[in-house]
Ligand binder design. Structure first.
Ligand SMILES: Cc1cc2nc3c(=O)[nH]c(=O)nc-3n(C[C@H](O)[C@H](O)[C@H](O)COP(=O)(O)O)c2cc1C
Length: 419
């Protein structure tokens, strides 16, 4: 028999400790987001469909992106036990300078279209967190505007070599003059990937008002208020507008860029230079031998060649081939701090986040990007503690097994033969 008694009012009072309601709606919304996926859900609700899809989408069937994210989810971690890690140090030295966390913000184009604060929010949040911020050639804030938002921290510039070479060279000189310390030369965009969502949405730069966009705008009045009441989007580097992003890219990019262009840019650029968009072992080794400062293993967040190699799967082999002294970074598919930890364990010196940053931006401007960084930071720290390591340098390949769903046909056949 259960023994019963009258409720004790004092005990009841104990239970009734209500939290003070958070009156700041944006803060309330962001605090409720516990994962990057939660930020994505908020972002989707608040952003016009065409702008959200431009950010969230990838090329063709979006297989590259789906596979890259899956590859991170298929990590198996191997913790060490009874190894106290009361404090964890998440800082790294990267390309001659410090970063408080093993990730930086990736270059993204048209950022103010997603949320009006755009690059200023990203650069400000990066400054506050002590991590590098990368401005895209197709950014919507000037080089000098980013420098003003992150005056003492590290700014990196991403370069596309355009058909009109002088535009690219001039941007490179301006970024150097503004004290940007690293150039990311992106090489995976000879032509634009087929971003089918943009085509289907009739997405164009600048956005066009159609019946569809107006209906879609009704539940998202704040985005439109911001868009219409802040300075017009300007592109330092694009002279033509009025098409989809793919059409703009095709008009602006030079499909014939080569190692000769790399040589010219190295003459102009005084700082560190890394090549973004490397997708095999052979190119990694060649670039090391050419003397660049590092590479980013990336398939551009799945926005270029669909069914491209998964960068995270390439990582161990590339690290083995280039040796320990060459800087290898990785991006595409990072949605969790544990993904970053897994990449570092398998030999990445650093990682970049694209959409994780943009979901935060769309969910809540500068505070939303702060939230993205805070979520990733806590996931990194917790994963390190649970693995029993107190610094990133202690992470090693033994901490991670990459489980694979997809194996090359040749390997599957030879394994079948052995068993
Ligand atoms: C909306 C959007 C715009 C992008 N624009 C550029 C760009 O202008 N230049 C560039 O090198 N990469 C660009 N990227 C690729 C990112 O730098 C990065 O490689 C990619 O987002 C990483 O994958 P993730 O989004 O899964 O983190 C863009 C990515 C997104 C999502």
């Amino acid at each position: 028999m259960v023994q019963r008694q009258l409720p004790n009012p004092a005990e009841l009072l104990e239970l009734m400790k209500f939290k003070k309601p958070e009156l700041d709606g944006r803060k309330r919304r962001l605090d409720a987001a516990l994962t990057i996926g939660d930020l994505r859900t908020i972002a989707k609700r608040r952003t016009p469909k065409a702008a959200f899809d431009y950010t969230d989408g990838a090329a063709e069937g979006e297989l590259s992106l789906t596979r890259a994210r899956q590859a991170f989810q298929d990590v198996e971690f191997h913790p060490g036990i009874l190894r106290p890690a009361p404090d964890v140090d998440t800082s790294v030295e990267i390309l001659g300078g410090p970063s408080a966390l093993p990730f930086g913000i990736a270059p993204t184009g048209f950022t103010r279209l997603m949320q009006t604060e755009g690059e200023v929010a990203g650069a400000g949040a990066a400054a506050a967190a002590g991590i590098p911020f990368t401005l895209s050639t197709l950014g919507t804030t000037s080089i000098e505007g980013v420098k003003a938002a992150n005056p003492h921290g590290r700014n990196w510039f991403q370069l596309y070599v355009m058909r009109d070479r002088e535009i690219s060279y001039e941007l490179t000189r301006r970024a150097a003059a503004a004290g940007f310390d690293t150039l990311q030369f992106t090489v995976d965009t000879p032509v634009a990937g087929a971003r089918l969502r943009d085509k289907r949405n009739g997405f164009s730069i600048p956005p066009q008002l159609t019946l569809g966009t107006i209906i879609n705008a009704i539940p998202r009045p704040w985005w439109w208020f911001d868009f219409l009441t802040t300075p017009k989007l300007e592109f330092a580097s694009l002279s033509t507008t009025g098409g989809t992003v793919g059409e703009l890219l095709d008009a602006a990019m030079d499909p014939t860029i080569s190692y000769d262009d790399l040589a010219v840019i190295r003459d102009i650029w005084p700082g560190k230079i890394i090549i973004k968009g490397v997708q095999n072992v052979e190119d990694s080794v060649r670039l090391r031998d050419e003397g660049v400062d590092g590479i980013v293993l990336s398939n551009h967040g799945g926005r270029q060649l669909d069914r491209a190699p998964i960068p995270f799967h390439l990582l161990p082999e590339v690290r083995k081939a280039v040796g320990d002294d060459f800087t290898v970074m990785i991006d595409t598919g990072i949605m969790n701090g544990a993904d970053v930890v897994a990449a570092v364990a398998l030999g990445a010196d650093f990682t970049l986040i694209g959409r994780a940053y943009l979901y935060g931006l769309m969910a809540g401007g500068r505070q939303g990007v702060d939230r993205t960084i805070a979520i990733l930071r806590s996931e990194i720290e917790r994963t390190m503690r649970l693995l029993g390591v107190s610094s990133l340098a202690e992470l090693e390949p033994g901490h991670v097994t990459q489980l694979t769903r997809l194996v090359p046909v040749s390997r599957a056949a030879s394994e079948a033969h052995v068993h």
